[in-house]
Ligand binder design. Structure first.
Ligand SMILES: Cc1cc2nc3c(=O)[nH]c(=O)nc-3n(C[C@H](O)[C@H](O)[C@H](O)COP(=O)(O)O)c2cc1C
Length: 315
């Protein structure tokens, strides 16, 4: 059996498949559908300091090859998360990653400290793709300096593994990735959803209550795969690929591009068995190609391309 274990900072995962934030609630909701023995970790729904009701409906709109969502970070708030939801989440046998989003740098530090103090939580994922963060010039996810400040504050609040989840809604994701690494992130999640919208032509208004939303699912795969490719050339911390993964080959594309782990989200809605299928498919591929570990598999396409570039330059 090939070795499917992978490491993100201090966190060792039994396999590289992580369930993405916002797509499995607090884990328990899916317990009867998902075989958690095939899942390395789950990321709980992003929590904020105060509870949030989220955006006006409709919040979901299917589009060819993908899904648009504008949930608006509906969540129970940190106090109820810690007193109530965490107990449910901790019954899931996979590692537990808590996702947090602050409205300010101090709030990011406060939320990180609060969740990291609980032994049930193995790692913290910083969601910077959130609305309403105190920023004057531009969105926080598009501002390497602001991202660095947030990560540094969170880093000072915990020694547990810190994942930084990037947004593809920026022209220069590599600079944001570099700022995150420099500020102390242990791993980068590449990446969140891409802004999109649809319009209901009969009603003559946007299909989503919030007008715009985040595009996830298959249509997002080539975009975030290219982001992984660009970032792996620039940073040395592990990368978690995310966006449109539904089959073993999708996960493999991210791993071959340089990811040490992957996240699965939207695919769960159509097929809760996807993580098990993907884990089995990865093992089968590695066996067929005599690859012993995920570590050995990570970045093979990049290495191949570098050899080709070298040959071209030498020739
Ligand atoms: C309904 C829905 C809710 C989501 N909520 C969150 C969230 O709370 N926090 C977050 O970081 N990402 C959230 N995401 C983004 C996913 O975690 C994931 O990064 C994105 O959907 C891309 O992966 P996928 O194509 O496999 O779904 C959400 C996605 C969907 C579809």
């Amino acid at each position: 059996m090939p070795d499917l274990t992978t490491t993100l900072g201090r966190l060792r995962l039994a396999n590289p498949i992580i369930l993405a934030s916002g797509t499995v609630g607090y884990g328990r909701e899916y317990a009867s559908l998902i075989d958690y023995s095939t899942v390395g970790a789950i990321v709980t729904k992003t929590i904020t300091r105060e509870a949030r009701a989220g955006n006006a409906p409709p919040r979901l709109k299917e589009t060819p090859g993908g899904l648009l969502n504008a949930i608006g970070l509906e969540n129970v708030g940190v106090d109820r998360f810690l007193s109530e939801k965490l107990r449910e989440a901790a019954t899931v046998p996979s590692a537990l990653i808590a996702s947090v989003a602050g409205g300010s740098v101090d709030e990011y530090a406060e939320l990180t400290r609060a969740v990291a103090s609980r032994e049930e939580i193995d790692a913290i994922e910083l969601n910077i793709s959130c609305p309403n963060v105190e920023r004057a010039r531009r969105p926080v996810w598009d501002d390497p300096e602001a991202v660095g400040t947030i990560v540094r504050a969170a880093r000072n609040a915990t020694e547990k593994t810190l994942l930084l989840k990037l947004s593809p809604n920026t022209a220069d994701i590599v600079s944001v990735a570099e700022a995150g690494e420099e500020a102390g992130a242990d791993a980068l999640v590449v990446a969140n959803t891409l802004t999109g919208m649809r319009i209901d032509v009969e009603a003559r208004k946007p299909s989503l209550g919030n007008a715009t939303g985040g595009l996830s699912g298959r249509a997002l795969l080539p975009v975030n795969l290219a982001n992984v490719w660009k970032i792996t050339g620039a940073v040395s911390i592990p990368i978690v690929g995310s966006g449109g993964i539904a089959d073993p080959d999708d996960a493999l594309e991210y791993i071959l591009a340089g990811a040490a782990a992957v996240q699965v989200g939207t695919a769960l809605f159509a097929d809760p068995g996807a993580p098990g299928r993907i884990a089995a498919g990865l093992a089968d591929y590695m066996q067929r190609h005599d690859i012993e570990s995920i570590e050995e598999c990570t970045g093979l396409a990049r290495k191949e391309k570098e050899r080709e570039w070298q040959r071209t330059t030498a020739g």
